[in-house]
Ligand binder design. Sequence first.
Ligand code: UD1
Ligand code: MG
Length: 448
Amino acid sequence: MLRLFSLVVTTCLIYYSKNQGPSALVAAVGFGIAGYLATDMLIPRVGKSFIKIGLFGKDLSKPGRPVLPETIGAIPAAVYLFVMFIYIPFIFYKYMVITTSGGGHRDVSVVEDDGMNSNIFPHDKLSEYLSAILCLESTVLLGIADDLFDLRWRHKFFLPAIAAIPLLMVYYVDFGVTHVLIPGFMEHWLKKTSVDLGLWYYVYMASMAIFCPNSINILAGVNGLEVGQCIVLAILALLNDLLYFSMGPLATRDSHRFSAVLIIPFLGVSLALWKWNRWPATVFVGDTYCYFAGMVFAVVGILGHFSKTMLLLFIPQIVNFIYSCPQLFKLVPCPRHRLPKFNEKDGLMYPSRANLKEEPPKRIFKPVLKLLYCLHLIDLEFDENNEIISTSNMTLINLTLVWFGPMREDKLCNTILKLQFCIGILALLGRHAIGAIIFGHDNLWTVR
Ligand code: UD1
Ligand code: MG
């Protein structure tokens, strides 16, 4: 009944969008609901087939370690891509409905004023949109390959940057801005208002395409956390977009509308995945979803021209990455899984540990470990000779447990998600308040 009702609402929204002015966002909501319904219907139906072909994993934090289908993230990713294909005529509908000036000439478009005020078909917008889809498709392929073959870090690390080439190409041709603003107080000293990073700006954007997918993949291992963090990120990005819908210059408004058009359907498919992956999970999302979701944010940040604001929303992922570096770069041993340890007796999660007795850390890093321990940033275990035996694994998830003590898996996930949301809100407030003070303006309003 609820599904039928949602289907009717979706149809109405999509139909309405075809007939009214500022239509793309209304259609996005309709397609978001359609994406949710399709994903929610497919996931329980495909689980067994995934297990049959070997795509499964053990839930390490449940009694008896039950087997769950893995790589289920491929379903929301595929639904999203299909939705985005079907969406194309709806976004560009108004440019396609044309009146003729007689003699069968198709030279005058019917245009409604919703920001993109032009009577010429916006090939630039379509190429941005298509490059985004192309980039996401390559990323989903990479994710599926990783789930199937468990690719090595050195083999898969640079691939997202290659997937982002179409995106960077379109950015170069259509926008091409590689300047970054200089804070007001430094303008007088440097005698300029911006610096041109040139090629380095493209290196930065390619790095973002590498960072976003991988950073989501390593903040993982607790039921619901991979999808949960992406839902929080999507909501924060939408809140930021919302600020621009009625304020700011036309071009910025346009960029943020484009961002919302990509994010709303993503939110729809992710909410359906969350329903099945949240505690107690019945499916695992796999690396496919982590890479796909991370790339959605990279694409939105790059094509929406607010990549630096997007990175502000990724503060918890950035902190988790920096904190993980000693293990990622093998200064401290890094076990295959760093997810917290489940204690069957009390049903709670405890920080998981890396054994430093069998595999000692690099000698120069021992004092650093002790310093981190004094700062209460890791938990160390010592033997009778005061030698380090083990350390808690360096992830934000384990750190949460070191700080707040053992907790149940769902509470742990919710704590991290709340933290992500609060940091994101503070980052947005800082971006639009302090940013405007430092730079004299932000692209929302002017201070001086
Ligand atoms: C990343 C992390 C790894 C973490 C893993 C968990 C790094 C460098 N890598 O590796 O430390 O253990 O993610 O996803 O930080 N699983 C659960 N419960 C969950 C989610 C996953 O038990 O809620 C287990 C399952 O056995 C599942 C496996 O983790 O099969 C998936 O691991 P995978 O995504 O392949 O690990 P990586 O992404 O390589
Ligand atoms: Mg993973």
